[in-house]
Write a new protein. Structure first.
Length: 393
């Protein structure tokens, strides 16, 4: 019929396992409401005596109010909030029902353990124990022996009625607490999964922000230096100024290409080309630069990380120093690649490096690499990075 007339019977949204478990838990926690109703209704269905109209009408109205309050308590328990007012109000309603009834213990008297089963959802263990004892005593006290003995003549029947009532009163609240504890464990596990997913997203955002900072920072520094050189040469050497502006245009295009590639997550590094680009940028900024590389080159597994170090080092030389010379050396010793950048432009304010170097340390740490930065010889600043060639990303 759903296929023939889909508008008349719309399909329900498929619930997750947690949502289904929540609904099942809510129904199971409502055992107190079931107890409160099953006793009077069972007594009414099996009774042979005429029922007093007014007490029964008041009792049924009380059960309706009690049910509404218990539903609010269950909802608060599932959501992890408090419902002490509802517990107190439902206790008052249960007490009023007990006072106006003359039914036997296993009829109207079941409203007392029903109240305790709801109170156990929002009270601590000590308070739950106290509420259980109070509810049991109240049920037995207010519906005491004359009525019970008239329904269950004989000591054995009377003892069985009292024993069953006390057993239910002491058991149902703690069953509810156990069921609620199980639900809280499931909810905590779901919250943990959500937090783990959020943490993964946050880490990925930080990684991408660091990559973008390194890419844009280096490219903009190079563009700024070459633009200044072109501006100075515009009046005296227009040919060289035009060449510098062509280089600026090439750097801008290359930066745009790198950013797009980084966004896609597929970025391959030509380490030799990166180093030559660093040297060209430094020399354009008035820094004499020497480059020393191993004859066999650097294996691909370490080249990517060392390229990030070279970019950050070049950016620091251009932005934060007054260097006139810089030496870049790359060496491979066994299973480790080492890059060193030494310049003579220490300003004397702080030779420890800034946030960019912290970002480099975070980038190299997962693969076992290290970054050190600080003063070398008097007036020199040394940046050294080591990257293991096995397991490097």
């Amino acid at each position: 019929m759903r296929r023939l007339v889909p508008a008349a019977w719309p399909r329900r949204r498929t619930r997750s396992q947690v949502e289904r478990l929540r609904r099942l838990t809510a129904w199971m926690l409502g055992i107190g409401i079931f107890l409160a109703w099953i006793g009077p209704l069972g007594w009414f269905a099996g009774g042979t005596r005429p029922l007093p109209i007014l007490p029964w009408a008041l009792g049924l109205l009380g059960l309706v109010a009690f049910t509404v309050l218990q539903v609010r308590v269950i909802r608060a328990a599932l959501e992890g909030t408090t419902a002490h007012r509802e517990v107190a109000a439902s206790g008052a309603v249960a007490l009023a029902v007990l006072l106006v009834q003359d039914g036997h213990l296993l009829a109207w008297g079941l409203i007392a353990p029903a109240w305790a089963s709801g109170a156990a959802l929002v009270l601590n263990r000590s308070a739950t124990f106290a509420a259980t004892v109070v509810a049991t005593v109240a049920g037995v006290f207010f519906l005491w022996p004359e009525v019970v003995l008239s329904v269950y003549p004989g000591e054995e029947a009377f003892g069985g009625a009292i024993g069953g009532y006390v057993g239910a009163s002491l058991t149902v609240p703690w069953m509810n607490r156990f069921q609620l504890w199980f639900w809280e464990v499931v909810r905590a596990a779901e919250a943990g999964k959500a937090a783990q997913a959020q943490l993964a997203v946050t880490e990925e955002r930080l990684r991408f922000a660091r990559d973008l900072h390194d890419l844009v920072g280096h490219s903009l520094s190079a563009i700024a230096v070459k633009s200044e050189v072109a501006a100075k040469l515009a009046g005296s050497d227009t040919g060289r100024a035009a060449a510098e502006m062509d280089a600026v245009r090439g750097l801008a295009r290359e930066a745009l290409k790198e950013i797009r590639t980084a966004v896609r997550g597929y970025r391959t590094v030509d380490f030799e080309a990166e180093l030559r680009s660093m040297v060209a940028v430094l020399e354009a900024g008035g820094v004499r630069c020497t480059l020393e590389t191993p004859p066999d080159g650097v294996p691909e597994e370490g080249a990517g990380l060392l390229a990030w170090v070279a970019r950050e080092g070049t950016t620091n030389v251009l932005r934060h120093s007054s260097a006139t010379r810089c030496r870049i050396s790359v060496a491979v010793h066994g299973g480790t690649a080492v890059l060193e950048m030494v310049n003579d432009g220490v300003t004397g304010t702080d030779a420890r490096g800034g946030t960019g170097l912290i970002g480099l340390s975070e980038r190299l740490a997962p693969s076992g690499g290290t970054v050190t930065a600080g003063s070398g010889r008097p007036g020199e600043f040394r940046l050294r990075a080591t990257v293991p060639l096995e397991g490097a990303r």
